[in-house]
Design a binder for this molecule. Structure first.
Ligand SMILES: Cc1cc2nc3c(=O)[nH]c(=O)nc-3n(C[C@H](O)[C@H](O)[C@H](O)COP(=O)(O)OP(=O)(O)OC[C@H]3O[C@@H](n4cnc5c(N)ncnc54)[C@H](O)[C@@H]3O)c2cc1C
Length: 474
């Protein structure tokens, strides 16, 4: 028996479920297949539990500053790590409830099993064959763990299992300091664990700019050991693990391997699609429509490796479903790129980095502002970081920013919204800046970039009356 469906979606993660909701605007003839646990990577083992852990850690991290400014008794604060982990899991269970309900709402059209293509329009799941007019592959990624580290068993943990730890040991090796390693490493360090962090390259948290990178490493080093340029090896040390990399070695209770993620395509039967696969087993696809060649198959979310972030996975689910069902439609544009790392201070980028602009031969100026002496940051004892804004050398249009700063997530949003709107430095500087706020630090960087432009300003930084609506003048 072969079932038939207008659309089959492989993967009930963010991309798959968003594709489902978009497609349901036009058809109910959809089958959703999911291989692993339900609830999405983001809500189950990603964005949400990591932020739940970081909130507790950052709040506790304030105790040193409180002691410095005259608040007594902070030394008496203790961390019940098993209780903190239980709190994270309880919140996690709330976040996964919605996605699980949505996936299961399809009843018999929601299938739990590993999907495999027999050909471009036939999929096999649990021994059943489904003929599909259209297919969306949204199977996500999984953490990489080197083969040689498998022998350490449960003492080597990835972000997939870290939130399941009920009583984590207090000596931790973190290997890989991309956004995930940096966030989780800082969280455990602020919670009082001894963290030894290693990364292969010179940069952490995906930051490109050397100065911005150094400002984050400087903060992290006050909380944990950070070794960059390290090729790490693990060795047995009784019941424990000896982590060695660069000039640092430390005995730890467990290791968080945050070495990157690989696409879940290996068991999908993509070799049966009749298209060429690259050496990672990935087919080529249209970057705008996400369609694989001329096939009625689209590939969306982290699995395609384009922009492995939650809001991008959702957008790609929308794009894939929309283009699958509207083959003649004009292609949908993407939002301006943005990335945020939820350390304290926060880090991230908006638009294009200086490196990307230089690689593309784009003429640009950069203005920067330090948060070490920024007024509002000082009042809060959060005075660390540096913010760089890049603007077009011809017309001052803002092109990108690289940030380590208090409340970076909000500053980065202001920047990315302005970039997408095509605002210039002058236009941004005509916006209100309340006092005292960290946004005044952003204003300093914008002003510095404008000085770099070298153009003499004709007017004060205020809009002209005839450009404003009457209500705004009141
Ligand atoms: C620790 C961590 C923290 C993160 N923090 C953030 C953050 O703060 N902000 C942010 O924007 N992003 C963050 N991310 C990234 C974000 O979680 C992902 O971008 C997003 O979850 C990707 O969604 P997806 O739908 O592509 O994949 P997923 O949600 O992983 O869904 C893929 C689904 O496909 C299923 N599947 C796999 N193979 C098959 C198969 N053969 N057949 C059927 N089903 C299959 C899987 O079981 C899974 O359910 C974080 C990720 C991690 C790991």
């Amino acid at each position: 028996m072969t079932r038939h469906a207008k659309m089959v979606i492989l993967g009930a993660g963010t991309a798959g479920l968003t594709a489902l909701k978009e497609a349901q605007r036009y058809t109910d003839d959809i089958i959703l297949v999911n291989a692993g646990p339900y609830g999405t990577t983001c809500a189950r083992v990603g964005c949400m539990p990591s932020k739940a852990l970081l909130e507790v850690a950052h709040a506790l991290g304030r105790r040193r500053w409180l002691a410095d400014v005259g608040v007594g008794g902070t030394d008496a604060l203790t961390v019940d790590l098993p209780a903190v982990m239980a709190h994270v899991r309880a919140l996690r269970d709330r976040f996964i409830a919605g996605p699980i309900k949505l996936a299961k709402s399809l009843d018999e059209c929601s299938i739990h099993g590993q999907a495999r293509f027999l050909d471009a329009q036939t999929i096999e799941v649990n021994g059943e064959r489904i003929h599909a007019d259209l297919v969306i592959i949204a199977t996500g990624t999984r953490p990489v763990v080197p083969e040689a580290w498998q022998s350490f068993g449960a003492r080597v943990v990835t972000s997939d299992d870290v939130f399941e730890l009920t009583a984590p040991g207090r000596r931790i090796g973190v290997v890989g300091l991309g956004p995930i390693g940096v966030e989780l490493g800082q969280a455990f360090a602020q919670l009082g664990c001894e963290v030894h962090a290693f990364t292969r390259g010179p940069h952490v948290a995906g930051i490109d700019d050397d100065e911005v990178n150094a400002s984050l490493i400087g903060v992290l080093e006050q909380q944990m050991s950070v070794t960059t340029g390290a090729d790490v090896s693990l060795h047995e040390s009784g019941e424990h693990i000896m982590v060695e990399g660069g000039s640092h070695r430390a005995e730890v209770d467990w290791v968080l391997a945050s070495l990157g993620r690989r696409p879940n395509v290996d068991d999908l039967g993509l070799e049966n699609l009749g298209v060429e696969l690259d050496d990672r087993g990935m087919p080529t696809f249209d970057k705008a429509t996400l369609r694989i060649g001329d096939l009625p198959i689209f590939i969306a979310g982290d699995v395609n490796g384009q922009r492995p972030l939650l809001h991008e996975a959702a957008d790609e689910g929308r794009i894939a479903a929309y283009h699958a069902l509207h083959p003649e439609a004009e292609c949908l544009s993407r939002r301006t790129p943005v990335g945020i790392v939820f350390t304290e201070p926060g880090a991230g980028f908006a638009g294009q980095t200086a490196k990307a602009l230089a690689d593309n031969g784009h003429g640009f100026v950069t203005g920067s502002a330090s948060f070490e002496k920024q007024g509002r940051a000082l009042t809060a004892g959060r005075n660390a970081g540096v913010l760089k804004v890049h603007a077009d050398a011809r017309d001052g249009r803002i092109l990108g920013a690289e940030v380590v700063a208090p409340d970076a997530e909000h500053l980065i949003h202001l920047l990315v919204w302005s970039i997408q709107q095509g605002l210039t430095l002058d236009q941004m500087l005509q916006m209100p800046f309340y006092h005292p706020t960290v946004e005044e630090g952003l204003r300093s960087a914008l002003q510095a970039a404008r000085r770099e432009l070298g153009t003499r300003r004709k007017l004060p930084d205020l809009p002209l009356c005839h450009d404003r609506a009457d209500w705004a003048l009141g």
